[in-house]
Design a protein around this ligand. Structure first.
Ligand code: NAP
Ligand code: G4F
Length: 367
């Protein structure tokens, strides 16, 4: 049985990746942080009681800010593949906590790579690099585009990116950087702009929110659907040679376009609800991201199938259900028709039926 370690398993991508790997028959070991409240919402539907026979999902406490547990895990689990997704992943927060972001997202990668190197285990390693590293470089961006990072987050990710290359070149580690453009889903953290918008649409319709306060509406992003992106991560580690890949849709839309589409899908006029709050502006902004993912298409045979409009519909439908309203329906139909069997099954069995945790809907977005 192939054995994988996933850092960041409780995050958006980690939860989808764990599902994918379990569906492929892997034994999956996830790193989770100790918290005084449950932080495993996104993986609850795949959680297995460790006392049951045939368990293939194991969770281990640990933190990227400390190397000792990482070494212990790598040495004892002896994984075939390591997917390093754990990070302080919020760009705006990184301006407020630059030192912490560097510690977790940059040095955390050093700690993990060193744990692997010192263990002597021949594992394959995936690093969650980011299109944010391109910063102010003009679009379209591909593997040859020079990086021009504009935030502490991007600088930390770039450090981890180069370190991954350095372990590949210096120590012969099978290590890949996936330079992923923005990917969203109904499991997206509530403080990222897409989810903030789709939750607001639902809460407005439910009569629980009057206004949506946003920052820069002009920034453009290449937005795809997250479950499709974790397949690209897996594909990178199945190749004969370790390489770096850009992954994205090749399309770009502004935050304003996302707002317009989400509100009009719910038959709302966004101008009545959206206001600009400078608190959500960043000291420096990445204006325009659009991928050239030709290499991933050619070598990994990877390409996305969910369009921008479908992504918005999926997320709005989900958030409507989360506040107890009926979904409009187009998003749910897309999910059933297009999303792979492993993911569709988890929707049928778990998340879609159960709905999002009720308490969450009422939380206000601070960031
Ligand atoms: P996410 O939802 O924010 O998940 C981040 C994960 O990292 C969570 O499981 C979180 O644990 C964990 N984590 C944070 N700090 C940690 C620490 N000190 N020790 C151990 N674990 C820690 O992020 P995502 O959207 O799934 O993204 C996955 C990765 O891809 C991240 O590295 C992100 O930077 C990168 N990336 C994301 C995108 C995107 O558009 N989503 C694009 C490019 C790259 P808790 O649940 O306990 O907070
Ligand atoms: O949703 P965002 O916070 O995502 P951002 O900054 O693009 O970062 C995400 O994608 C990266 C890949 O490029 C990942 F590496 C990273 O981990 C993360 O997943 O912001 C998107 C855009 C920005 O231009 C921001 O200024 O939306 C703009 N925006 C406007 N109003 C807002 C808001 N962003 C947030 N979070 N909240 C607002 O109110």
């Amino acid at each position: 049985m192939t054995r994988a370690v996933v850092t960041g398993i409780t995050g958006q991508d980690g939860s989808y990746l764990a599902e994918l790997l379990l569906a492929k028959g892997y034994e999956v070991h996830g790193l989770i942080r100790r918290a005084s409240t449950f932080n495993t919402d996104r993986i609850e539907h795949i959680y297995q009681d460790p006392h049951s026979p045939g368990v293939r999902l194991f969770l281990h406490y640990g933190d990227l800010a400390s190397g000792e547990q990482l070494s212990y895990l790598i040495y004892n689990i002896q994984p075939d593949e390591v997917y390093h997704l754990g990070a302080q992943s919020h760009v705006k927060v990184s301006f407020e906590m630059p030192e912490y972001t560097g510690d977790v997202s940059a040095l955390g990668t050093t700690r993990l790579l060193e744990a692997i190197r010192r263990s002597g285990i021949r594992t394959r390693f995936y690093q969650a690099s980011s299109s944010e590293m391109f910063g102010s470089a003009p679009p379209p961006q591909n593997e040859s585009t020079p990086f021009q990072p504009c935030s502490p987050y991007a600088a930390a990710k770039l450090y981890a990116h180069w370190l991954t290359r350095s372990y590949r070149e210096g120590y012969g580690l099978f290590a890949c950087n996936g330079i992923l453009f923005n990917h969203e889903s109904e499991r997206r953290g509530e403080t990222f702009v897409t989810r903030k918008i789709t939750r607001a649409v639902a809460l407005i319709l439910a009569g629980q929110q009057n206004k949506l306060y946003l920052g820069n509406l002009e920034a453009k992003r290449d937005w795809g659907y997250a479950p499709e992106y974790v397949e690209a991560m897996w594909l990178m580690l199945q190749q004969d040679e370790p390489e770096d890949y850009v992954v994205g849709t090749g399309e770009s839309h502004s935050v304003k376009e996302f707002v317009q589409l989400a509100f009009s899908y719910a038959n709302l006029d966004w101008r009545r609800y959206v206001e600009i709050d400078p608190r959500y502006l960043r000291p420096s902004e990445v204006d325009f991201l659009r991928s050239d993912a030709a290499k991933a298409k050619q070598k990994l045979r990877w390409e996305p199938h969910i369009s921008f409009q479908e992504l918005v519909q999926i997320m709005v439908d989900w958030d409507l259900k989360a506040v107890g309203l009926s979904p409009i329906g187009a998003g749910e139909r897309v999910l059933r028709a297009k999303v792979g069997a492993w993911c569709a099954k988890s929707y049928e069995n778990g998340v879609l039926k159960r709905g999002a945790p009720a308490g969450r809907a009422a939380l206000s977005c601070r960031i």
